[in-house]
Design a protein. Structure first.
Lengths: 519, 586
């Protein structure tokens, strides 16, 4: 048996045999010191001898290390939600709405108010006013103490007094481990001893005939292998893996979409992440009072607030169209004032169509096809279906005789080429910048009918002020959703995850994916 | 997008022919709606409506009306339009408007509806419609707000007038005591929500009846005395206030049509003030011209004028006439005239000819049109940037790197204090939804460090990279404001027990060689790297191409990373700038 031992295994077993008490467990660091092996060798060797049944393992102790999460760190500097509410109430009663306004996410306020109400720290009196009615709950004080300590160095959960442990467990149970202020990691300390069935002696380890190990260049050169015996290697055991890399599966998917579009004759448009409302909205005939232009739906820029160079903008023509001042009137317009100042406001691009309006104004080819796969930003609560920024694929087709029927043909083509589906349904839709407007629904063999995208013929109110007099087809597709099917994701945030294990999982599920027909 | 709830039996009572749940989704194509949810046990449904420009469809009555082709239900004609036309001249207005309201909330229109019964479903629809119209079409009551009252006990004429917010007191609906207008605004839930629409003014609007009884405080709340409308009410008064008489007339026309469909008889009322008169619910007649040939051009096939007219008449258009010369007869060439199309009284969404043509397509059904493939040949092309991006990505891949994709919006501390860098030059969001996403990333390093901090359980070594867009502020022209600068960056991070600067320098050199570039490197201290273990690569123009270094343990500690890490960041534009290729740094 000793013949098949690896030198690392021999070095590892030696300290156990030298030990005065064979029953005693040796801790891992002790084994490392006595064997002279590196810690990686010790780890690896222990796995081997354990799997061969030579040694027994014992978990001596486990500790839970506490560290603040990102949220915890910001709660440290800005105050816990409960603390902020109590301090806001120290100067008298406040309306619930005021309290909500303290936080970017109003649900944080609601949760904290709920907790404070439960502990009797606050009361809601008639008229919906909130007043302070007691001390801060002890849990909050304890939580702050733990946060402060763990921000310095990790705190060991088990070393905390019972009361604090309970408060923390309760808190994590309520908030969910991921969303809480404190993150916990388990660390375990193990030790080992020889198993009773282990029968080799020191001399067995030392006296074994030197068998041939790895094949080396020298061995081949001087033929020293001749007549020798090769030590058998454990072929069935787990082998070390090579370091591998991978391209991001979502980026790969986007590249495939891009390749399809290029093959279909589309040329790619790119642009800045920041657009003035003019190109993002006004040039697309989205009324200035449209809900999508509300400050709760777009991200405005702090500095500079407005575009300064508007020389190349057809500002006046667009304004006249919005106001319905053009005569003879091809459009009644929105019949409301047009604020050129609002048009200059800068925002994070909210739709890739901003690139299309710029292209139209910039002497596009006729016939011409253009597309963009653009990062867009939407002012939404971030959750499983809403990411703070995401990709949109869209395009335009300029053609002398483009029509509603060409639009339908193009959509069928995109559905087939990009999504690999043949059964489609065209549903009437509404977008402020196209008329007629169509939603493309495709039949997926597992998921049934799904919306793939939206499209339409640009309104003359869009094309004419930009100097285009041929019909223009515009289309857009929700590629994030298609990618999620393909990558087996149910949470859109995972497309942008930094967790390498999640990423590796995505790569694997892509291989398994039969979900979205071809793509 | 408005979503509405209703009861299947109620919807079917308003239709010519009852529809089964399975037929709904296709039927709703006519109103651009989606059958979102149906519970067979309660027979309740949810419909999502996509047309934000057709408020007439935001109710069960409106959907049913469109599905009936715009026709009134038997026995309940939309006769208020004729009644208004027959109103004798000189009859005094039923609502007087105080000229002092002109700077506050200048217009009010209203009508009476009698002789019907709402019932529970009708009441729920009325309240829901009022809510949707005020919130979405009226932009949270700013442009428009609607009040509905039981008519009983109300004495006409009514006065829409200004009032002193402190001395005017009444019992608000849903309140608990008589309050001044100002107290309502500071304590009542509706006051808190909508008070700010008028509270900047010295005087605030109220509506009172001929006895001086306060009916409401538009656009905030009705009075308790005038009461809430109930399912058994048979007589109602409906008003709308706002700044645009056209919108007021439109929503009142929609509500009048809805109530008429519920069996009410609508009586128009006149309101008069400094700005003139409003006879509600009678919107101005609007005609849209559709030049001959426009339908053909939009459809991509010949138009059949008779079919065009007939289909639209069956879709609710009250009248369509032809003017000018119709067909010239030569090969079906369209003539120079046009279809003159009268807009239905409950709609105001037709801006031009294409809107009418779209209704024709919708009414015929999109599936009746055969798709035609686009024929023109156009050369396709990916953005030039993509070529470089993909070359770099493949070079990283070949060296065993894993690609990451991070959000572009991030939290300010992640790209400042966590990197030991200044906040100067950051592009900030003025109205962030969350502090986690309050700035545009100026660097990709934070994304890599954040990934590293979350991946301690993933087997080491770690080699990760990202290529993508970033932004910062740079100096503008002398004396001018700072300008936004789009950046295109690539960054990489390596973490394992022996990670050191020479490893990443080697990687950088391999990348530069792949791109056929050479740059000179010089030691330069910069965060977040260990002083003396970092440096800068520059091109001949003196632009920074890359920064590289061993991440300082203090930084690693801030991120909770317990593994040595080295990193670099590349400016892809500076890397590929043409004249940099002759760099003689080596």
């Amino acid at each position: 048996m000793s013949q098949s031992l690896h030198p690392v295994e021999r070095a590892l077993l030696r300290p156990f045999l030298l030990s005065s008490d064979r029953e005693a467990f040796l801790p891992v660091d002790e084994i490392g010191r006595l064997s002279g092996l590196s810690s990686a060798q010790v780890q690896m060797g222990l796995e081997w001898v354990k799997s061969k049944g030579f040694v027994e393992e014992r978990v001596d102790r486990e500790e839970t290390l506490l560290r603040p999460t990102d949220m915890g760190l910001s709660a440290l500097s800005e105050g816990l939600p409960e603390e902020r509410i109590l301090s806001a109430l120290s100067s008298g009663p406040r309306a619930m709405n005021d309290l909500r306004a303290l936080f970017p996410d109003p649900s944080v306020a609601s949760k904290a108010v709920g907790a404070l109400k439960e502990s009797g720290s606050i009361k809601i009196v008639e008229g919906g006013q909130v007043i302070r009615s007691g001390e801060a709950p002890p849990g909050i004080r304890i939580l702050r103490k733990i946060l402060e300590a763990s921000a310095q160095e990790p705190v060991i959960f088990e070393s905390l007094p019972k009361e604090e442990q309970e408060v923390l467990s309760l808190y994590q149970h309520r908030r969910g481990k991921e969303k809480g202020l404190v993150r916990s990691d388990l660390r375990s300390f193990r030790s080992y001893r020889l198993s009773p069935s282990f029968s080799l002696t020191l001399s067995d380890l030392d006296g074994a005939e030197e068998l041939l190990g790895n094949v080396t260049p020298e061995m081949l050169q001087n033929k020293s292998w001749e007549g020798g015996t090769f030590r058998p290697f454990s072929v069935g055991s787990e082998a070390p893996r090579p370091q591998t890399g991978s391209l991001h599966p979502y980026r790969e998917f986007l590249d495939e979409v891009r390749d399809h579009l290029v093959r279909l004759g589309f040329a790619e448009m790119t642009g800045s992440l920041v657009e003035p409302e003019f190109w993002n909205m006004d040039a697309l005939f989205i009324p200035q009072t449209h809900p999508a232009r509300n400050i709760h739906d777009i991200y405005l820029i702090s500095e500079p607030k407005k575009a300064s160079d508007t020389r190349d903008w057809p500002l006046d023509r667009v304004a006249r169209t919005h106001e319905g001042r053009d005569s003879p009137a091809p459009t009644r317009g929105w019949r409301q004032g047009f604020d050129a100042d609002q048009a200059k406001r800068l925002l994070m691009r909210s739709q890739g169509t901003a690139l299309s309006s710029r292209t139209l104004a910039n002497k596009p080819s006729v016939p011409g096809k253009y597309f963009a796969i653009a990062r867009c930003f939407r002012h939404d609560q971030v959750d499983a279906t809403h990411a703070v920024d995401f990709f949109q694929a869209e395009g335009i087709v300029l053609e002398e005789d483009a029509s509603f029927r060409t639009l339908l043909g193009l959509l069928a083509l995109l559905a087939r080429e990009i999504a690999g589906v043949d059964r489609v349904h065209y549903k009437p839709a509404y977008f402020p910048f196209t008329e007629p407007s169509v939603e493309l629904h495709a039949h997926h063999r597992d998921l049934g009918w799904m919306e793939l995208g939206g499209a339409g013929l640009f309104r003359p109110e869009v094309t004419r002020p930009l100097g285009v007099d041929v019909p223009v087809i515009a289309w857009g597709m929700g590629i994030d959703r298609m990618a999620m099917f393909r990558l087996g994701l149910s949470d859109i945030r995972d497309l942008f995850t930094g967790d390498l294990s999640v990423l590796a999982g995505m790569n694997r599920s892509e291989e398994r994916a039969s979900t979205w027909q071809r793509i | 997008m408005p979503t509405l709830e209703g009861h299947l039996d109620d919807l079917n009572r308003l239709l010519d022919r009852p529809l089964a749940p399975g037929e709904m989704n296709r039927a709703l194509d006519l109103v651009k709606g989606e059958w979102k949810h149906y519970d067979p046990a309660t027979r309740r449904f949810k419909i999502e409506l996509n047309d934000t420009n057709r408020p007439d469809l935001w109710s069960v009555e409106g959907i049913a009306r469109q599905l009936r082709g715009g026709r009134p239900l038997p026995g309940h004609p939309y006769d208020f339009l004729e009644k208004a036309a027959l109103r004798e001249a000189g009859r005094p207005p039923e609502i007087s408007i105080d000229p002092k309201l002109s700077a506050i909330r200048p217009f009010m229109g209203g009508f009476r509806a009698t002789g019907g019964v709402l019932g529970e479903e009708g009441l729920a629809q009325l309240i829901g419609t009022q809510e949707r119209l005020s919130e979405l079409f009226g932009r949270k009551r700013r442009d428009l707000a609607i009040g509905v009252y039981p008519l009983e006990g109300m004495v006409f004429p009514l006065a829409y007038r200004t009032a002193d917010p402190d001395r005017t007191r009444f019992f608000p609906l849903g309140g608990s005591a008589v309050l001044s207008l100002r107290e309502i605004v500071s304590t009542h839930p509706k006051g808190l929500a909508y008070g700010s629409l008028v509270s900047d003014h010295l005087l605030w609007p109220i509506l009172e009846d001929a006895r001086g009884e306060i009916l409401s405080f538009p656009p905030v709340i009705n009075s308790q005395t005038s009461g809430a409308v109930g399912a058994n009410d048979t007589a109602l008064f409906v008003e709308a206030t706002g700044g645009d008489p056209q919108r007021i007339l439109l929503v009142l026309a929609i509500l009048a049509a809805n109530l008429s469909d519920r069996g009410f008889s609508v009586e128009p009322l006149l309101s008069a003030g400094a700005f003139g008169e409003i006879l509600a619910p009678v919107p101005e007649k609007t005609t849209v011209s559709v030049p001959f040939g426009t339908p053909a051009r939009v459809m991509g096939m010949e138009e059949d004028p008779r079919d065009f007219i007939e289909v639209l008449l069956n879709f609710g258009y009250p009248a369509i006439s032809r003017s000018g010369k119709p067909e010239t007869g030569q090969g079906g060439q369209p003539g120079t005239g046009s279809y003159e199309v009268l807009q239905p009284f409950y709609r105001d969404d037709l801006l031009g000819a294409v809107d009418v043509v779209e209704d024709y397509l919708v009414a015929r059904g999109f599936d009746t049109f055969a798709p035609v493939m686009p024929r023109a040949f156009t050369p396709g092309q990916a953005a030039p940037r993509l070529k470089i991006e993909n070359r770099l990505r493949r070079a990283f891949l070949a060296m065993g790197f894993t690609e990451l994709l991070s959000n572009i919006l991030t939290g300010e501390p992640l790209v400042t204090t966590r990197l030991g860098r200044e906040a100067d030059g950051l592009v900030r969001i003025d109205n962030p939804a969350s502090l986690q996403y309050a700035v545009v990333r100026p660097t990709l390093l934070a994304g890599l460090l954040s990934a590293e901090s979350r991946s301690s359980r993933h087997p080491y070594p770690h080699r990760i990279f990202e290529i993508g867009e970033a932004m910062d502020l740079c100096e503008g022209p002398p004396g001018g404001a700072r300008r936004l600068r789009d950046r295109f960056l690539a960054a990489a991070l390596v973490a394992h027990p022996q990670a050191g600067i020479s490893e990443v320098q080697g990687i950088l050199d391999a990348l530069f060689e792949r791109m056929d570039r050479k740059f000179s490197v010089s030691g330069e201290d910069l965060s977040p790297y260990i002083p003396g273990r970092c440096g800068v690569y520059k091109n001949l123009r003196g632009e920074t191409v890359a920064t590289v270094g061993e991440v300082h343990p203090a930084t690693l500690d801030l991120w909770g990373i317990r593994m040595p890490a080295v990193a670099f960041e590349l400016d892809v534009e500076a890397l590929t700038a043409r004249d940099s290729s002759q760099d003689s740094g080596a």
